[in-house]
Design a protein around this ligand. Structure first.
Ligand code: ATP
Ligand code: ATP
Ligand code: MG
Ligand code: MG
Lengths: 256, 256
């Protein structure tokens, strides 16, 4: 029975995709078979792992709104052993199409049931909004990891995100818990990073991960080569931090 | 007759709000009466100019989906002379509510007509998606400024954004043009920034602004104090760059 984790935050550019790709890779490297679901019409997780959108014959869109089995769309990244259910441009229309369906919040959950026994973990990369796609991800998930950029606006959005999590827990998925808060793009040179981390720590002392992801240009270069950070530059501070975060994730789940 | 400019890019965190606030301020400082519309339920432009969401009695939501006149919701920022139509949390439900309305793409355009003669420019800060709110902004706009972060994923999203602009031009607003492409968060220390700028320049030699906005921590500190960059630190590289961008905007419009 896979544990399903949603990576969500409606604030844009906080490191959802970067975290989804690199946590999935770290877990795979530690022997945990993990499926990454690219649930964003931007297809960043798909291209970030090296799949051009022309190469994608069927995607998570065809699973969600068509009649494809999820196991038919899953691709394997040779170099890292990561499995991904790719996204496609069609996902741009998914929310409008879902809106008219019965039990529209539970579509993803129903489809994931078919592969739940094939993986230890399923990680869902969400788009920067709290619309029906993110709601579907939260409805399907056992827990949520909230990447938070060490910036003022990212802090502001936290209340809205927590309100949504609460709404989903009370109405759709009573078991949804906060897996953790991962601080991203920490810049040792600025006070702002320190202030934001201190603020989040004071509100969420238990949920905030000890591991903090530093700002590291290698993390933003890697997707241009279609590689996770471990394949791109295994010794850089970004790779060390994401491996650390993967370990913390497993230890919080009592696996190591 | 105000010129209406949408700040749009579905990629998250590329500097839409930072550009909206600081271009509006630069234009106001150069004697052009400018209205900023916060069209994102995150309310970042509203809080970035110092208005806490508890202070907002009525917002752009009440204009769009209620019966408020836009002139009744506009607030003035004392220190900088900037006018803003604030957002509110209600905007999170706006897309679903709009979806059921007749001529749902033209709601904003109809409402802006009432204040068009009161301002030289109206700047619309869009959310990180290509949903009905961004479509409304593109339908109401004369032109679009596309902030593009000097990063791989930001480059990837450009085609999708251009496809949407073309769709809006062909079906809803034949006059919509590209005002310009503004490169943001340029980091002189990385090759990535240079590569992305070169790539965008090769595709859009005329639309890309000569002015490039550097990565500058002051720009991310200012919203925490509710100030535009000119009120926060007028001598920093971020302030100089946004004043430069404001000047380039006016010169491209034949005003200076
Ligand atoms: N720790 C980091 N250091 C440096 N750059 C980073 C880091 N994490 C992410 N980035 C870069 O910052 C940008 C935003 O990150 P990313 O795309 O992962 O965020 P996101 O939350 O998924 O964005 P969206 O809201 O658009 O889905 C990307 O260009 C990415 O390469
Ligand atoms: N030139 C810059 N230098 C440093 N930081 C910047 C710069 N421009 C923006 N930022 C910071 O980067 C983050 C993202 O910027 P901003 O919120 O303006 O982007 P956005 O495109 O409006 O995001 P969203 O997609 O969530 O609406 C913010 O924390 C902001 O303060
Ligand atoms: Mg993403
Ligand atoms: Mg914004």
């Amino acid at each position: 029975m896979a544990k399903i984790v949603a990576l969500a935050n409606q604030k844009g550019g906080v490191g959802k995709t970067t975290t989804a790709i690199n946590i999935t890779s770290a877990l795979s490297k530690m022997g945990q078979k993990t499926l990454l679901i690219d649930f964003d019409s931007q297809c960043n997780a798909t291209s970030g792992l090296g799949f051009a959108h022309e190469e994608i014959e069927s995607s998570i869109y065809d699973v969600l709104l068509g009649d494809q089995d999820i196991s038919n769309v899953v691709l394997r990244v040779e170099s890292s052993g990561v499995f991904i259910a790719p996204s496609s441009r069609d996902m741009a229309g998914a929310e409008v199409e879902l809106a008219g369906m019965i039990s529209r919040e539970m579509c993803l959950k129903r489809k994931l049931a078919a592969v739940s026994d094939d993986y230890a973990f399923i990680i869902i990369d969400c788009p920067p909004s709290l619309g029906l796609l993110t709601i579907n991800a939260l409805a399907a998930a056992d827990s949520i990891i909230m990447p938070i950029q060490c910036e003022y606006y990212a802090l502001e959005g936290l209340t809205q995100l927590l309100d949504t999590v609460k709404l989903v827990r009370e109405n759709i998925n009573w078991g949804l818990i906060i897996e953790g808060i991962l601080m991203t793009m920490w810049d040792y040179r600025t006070n702002l990073s320190r202030q934001v981390v201190d603020e989040v720590t004071s509100f969420f002392p238990n949920e905030i991960y000890r591991t903090v992801i530093p700002r590291n240009v290698k993390l933003s270069e890697a997707p241009g080569f279609g590689k996770d950070i471990f394949s791109y530059d295994p010794l850089c501070s970004g790779a060390k931090a994401y491996m650390e975060a993967g370990r913390e994730f497993l230890s919080r789940n009592g696996i190591i």
